[in-house]
Design a protein around this ligand. Structure first.
Ligand SMILES: [Ca+2]
Length: 112
């Protein structure tokens, strides 16, 4: 069984995988991600997302937070890594977000 190490994005290059964003935008997203990854383990967990939404003045219920993570959690480790974080903004730009909390997050962080 392959070992699942959360946050280890060895072969991930945001600049080539997310070409729709400028370098400046990706840096802004990185800064926002690092700001809310308070444990500095490279992923945003449920508690960190909860605090993030409170700071964005859009507090969410536990159920809503779980739904937010689930929508972009491609590797299904129940936390949001930086790649999955960028997916929020990609989906927002395409009008594909389903969960309201993520729409709020994308709008607030995207306009920072
Ligand atoms: Ca994940």
């Amino acid at each position: 069984m392959a070992q699942n190490l959360p946050g280890t994005l060895k072969n991930f290059n945001p600049y080539t995988e997310f070409k729709e964003f400028t370098i400046a935008q990706i840096k802004d997203f990185r800064n926002a991600f690092d700001l809310y990854d308070t444990s500095r383990d490279g992923v945003i967990n449920l508690m960190e997302l909860k605090v993030m939404m409170e700071k964005l003045e859009a507090p969410q219920t536990h159920l809503a937070l779980t739904a937010m993570i689930k929508e972009v959690d491609e590797d299904m480790d129940t936390v949001i890594n930086f790649r999955e974080f960028l997916l929020i903004f990609r989906k927002a730009a395409c009008g594909e977000l389903q969960v309201d909390g993520l729409k709020v997050l994308a709008e607030k962080v995207g306009s920072l």
